[in-house]
Design a protein around this ligand. Structure first.
Ligand code: SIN
Length: 358
């Protein structure tokens, strides 16, 4: 484990895990064109050194570089590594909170993954795990990374207005549950959080907080982290005008285990898919339906009847529904190996039915 200047590993500290992203990015000509940059260039130790003078007094930090990538290249084995590191840290009495610096492109997936595998543990251990990132590279004028990282460190290290332990994200002065993150703007500084139910980091919104507590009460058991190489293969297919049966048909017999159908409107899909999806179901390919619109819930049997087996994804976006289906397929496999007759649908329903924070 690498450490930043103030480190005392067995005394109480905040653990900062580096994954890369724009927060660790470098632009070649930052003054001229800050958006021409490479993500994942600067180590997490250096990011902490840049803000050292502003770190709240008495907060000791330990840092660990898990990866330094552009998060569009995030893969499942890295999620396994990150999940295991977070679980270990949650069990370590010296760790009082965890901050993860991460690219914003796929923070959405990592956020839900950590909620499903570590959310209950974080609540029980009364520790906050905070994802943060940036939209501007570290050497850009007005870079947003330092203030986001400082907010995340404060959020992870301070007792704030009854805010319980859990998996959160902080960007642009606001905090949300990490499972609610959704990057829906290419460049805005608040892109990952602007469409998510959130609170100001300095003044906690009480109705948001009651939603956080409702999620904590509903999420009663974490799901197992798939081992490296054990992640179920799940693809996302988007329905659109002119959709072809081959878009589904090409997956038949491929070994794919699940399909997320990002449908139009409230989660319907092109009629051209009906027959190949029936064939996919007969091959045991799990299917969930969500909406490509970017917001709102996909409900069971709306707009059309779901054949038995296919599930609606509630408010889960397509990237989140994909992680949820992978976790559900893996959890059902582990349960069956342990002699429990549970299905992926049993686990997926627990996820899709989590209370919606408004
Ligand atoms: C990334 O996701 O690694 C690049 C984009 C970003 O962090 O904003």
């Amino acid at each position: 484990m690498s450490s930043n200047p103030l480190i005392i590993e067995k005394t109480p500290h905040i653990l900062v895990l580096g994954m890369g992203g724009t927060i660790a990015g470098l632009a070649s000509k930052p003054e001229e064109n800050p958006l021409q940059y490479q993500a994942g260039q600067v180590g997490v130790d250096t990011l902490l050194n840049h803000i050292q003078s502003a770190i709240p007094q008495g907060v000791a930090l330990v840092s660990k570089q898990i990866a330094n990538i552009n998060s569009r290249n995030l893969d499942e084995s890295l999620l396994t590594t990150l999940g295991l590191a977070v679980q270990e840290a949650l069990n370590d009495q010296a760790v009082k909170g965890i901050v993860i610096t991460h690219g914003t492109d796929t923070m959405e997936e990592t956020g839900l993954f950590l909620q499903l595998t570590c959310g209950k543990q974080a609540l029980t251990q009364k520790k906050r795990v905070i994802l943060t990132g940036a939209m501007l590279p570290s050497n850009a004028p007005g870079a947003d990374g330092p203030s986001n990282l400082l907010d995340a460190l404060r959020w992870a290290s301070t007792a704030i207005d009854n805010c319980p332990g859990g998996i959160f994200a902080v960007m642009d002065g606001r905090g949300c549950m990490a499972m609610d993150l959704a990057k829906r703007h290419a460049t805005a500084l608040n892109a990952p959080i602007q469409n998510s139910p959130s609170s100001s980091v300095s003044l906690i919104n009480l109705s948001w907080l009651s939603g956080v507590k409702a999620v904590g009460a509903a999420w009663t058991e974490d799901l197992p982290i798939p081992g490296e190489g054990e992640w179920p293969w799940v693809e996302i297919l988007t329905s659109h005008a002119g959709a072809r049966p081959q878009t589904v048909g090409q997956w038949l017999g491929s070994g794919v285990q699940g399909l997320v159908l990002a449908g139009s409107g409230s989660g319907g899909f092109h009629d051209a898919w009906i027959t190949p999806l029936e064939k996919a179901a007969s091959q045991g390919i799990a299917q969930v339906r969500t909406t490509r619109t970017g917001a709102g819930a996909t409900l069971a049997n709306i707009p059309e009847l779901d054949p038995s087996g296919r599930m609606a994804a509630g408010t889960l976006s397509a990237p989140r529904a994909r992680i949820a289906l992978q976790m559900a397929l893996n959890a059902a496999k582990q349960a069956n190996l342990a002699g429990k007759p549970l299905t992926w649908q049993d686990f997926f329903a627990r996820i899709a039915d989590l209370p919606e924070i408004r």
